[in-house]
Design a protein around this ligand. Structure first.
Ligand code: TXA
Ligand code: MG
Length: 322
């Protein structure tokens, strides 16, 4: 029921035609796979929430092939232009005021007067966006509350039979979602840490308000504590291992794990980010198969991509609200 389309001219043309017809097509980006729909078609966008089983209408990101196309729908300020010039295409989403004539469906932005826009750094995704010639709304292509997919196989496990197609462009290189930065008000505010580092952003536009800063950032709807959750409980900052646990390791693994997944043996945060969701997914399945009760996670440093990794891990460890 769900077609797997190859990342060639034929596959891209087919995916674009489906999107233009209002159908749902998952596609790879540099961060995670997105579940795409024509952002100007509210029914198609509603289909995204239905397929994901999302319990609420979170605002979605609209994807564009370049900054000019994005800035035709929102009003860029100086900071937005500077960030777009330096970091797009790339894992950075900008929240800006919608233009009055913005054709993007209100449902896409959950009724807000702002819109999140992004230009992904993935050739197949950019070719698809050019072919669709409309903005494509795309949340991560997972069932609500579960782990973001980084391969077409993950998408099929979660959404197979519920969506029309997946465009298979191989594994995602970044592996965590885009950084979401709200530029619609002063000061610029980090809503979600992600693939573009705070350091890179602040080097371009100066100080950004964020969770660790005084007067911390308001929570965006997508920052729900339990947004990213494996089925098993997660124990953070593990310095030892209990007999009923599987291990998610960073650096040299703790001794004695029967089942372990290494984010990065050499302690590389970029490698760890790329492996994070695949690791949680695999440990969840293996622990269930072996009757083990919990995922123990070794500490990951709070620098660079470590912020995004720890953000995801804390959500995985938070009490579940759905
Ligand atoms: O890397 C990514 O960003 C992936 C790929 C597919 O592009 N997409 C993704 O979408 O992670 P999603 O829907 O899972 O997360 C979108 C985030 C949420 O935290 C949402 O609350 C926030 O962006 N967001 C979207 N529009 C917003 C707005 N107008 N104001 C504030 N936050 C917004
Ligand atoms: Mg998501």
């Amino acid at each position: 029921m769900t077609d797997v389309l190859p990342a060639d001219d034929t596959g891209i043309a087919r995916a674009a035609a489906l999107l233009r017809e209002g159908r749902l097509v998952a596609f790879g980006t540099e961060t995670v796979y997105g579940l795409g729909a024509d952002a100007t078609n509210a029914e198609a966008v509603a289909g995204i929430f239905a397929a994901k089983g999302r319990p609420r209408f979170n605002p979605l990101i609209s994807h564009y092939p370049d900054a000019d196309a994005a800035f035709a729908h929102v009003t860029p300020n100086e900071a937005a232009r500077r960030l777009a010039a330096a970091l797009w295409p790339g894992p950075l989403t900008l929240v800006l005021k919608r233009r009055p004539d913005c054709p993007v469906a209100l449902l896409t932005g959950a009724g807000l007067d702002t819109l999140a826009v992004r230009v992904p750094a993935q050739d197949t995704a950019l070719a698809l966006l050019r072919a669709v010639a409309r903005p494509v709304a795309a949340p991560s292509a997972n069932r609500s509350g579960l782990i973001s997919p980084t391969t077409a196989g993950h998408v099929l496990e979660e959404l197979g039979g519920r969506i029309d197609a997946v465009l298979d462009s191989g594994p995602c290189v970044v592996g965590v979602e885009s950084t979401v930065l709200d530029l619609s008000n002063d000061p610029p505010t980090l809503l979600r840490p992600g693939g573009a580092t705070l350091e890179a952003i602040e080097a371009l536009i100066g100080p950004v308000r964020h969770g660790a800063a005084p007067g911390a950032a308001p929570r965006s709807p997508g920052m729900l504590a339990s947004h990213y959750a494996p089925a098993l409980p997660v124990r953070l900052h593990a310095h030892d291992l209990h007999p009923d646990e599987v291990l998610l390791s960073f650096g040299p693994p703790l001794p004695g794990a029967r089942i372990a997944f290494s984010l990065s043996e050499r302690g590389d945060l970029t490698e760890a980010a790329a492996r994070l969701f695949a690791g949680l997914r695999w440990l969840d399945a293996e622990a269930a198969r072996h009757g083990l009760a919990r995922i123990a996670v070794m500490p990951v440093p709070e620098t660079g991509l470590g912020l995004a990794i720890n953000d995801r891990l804390r959500r995985a460890a938070a009490p579940r609200d759905h």
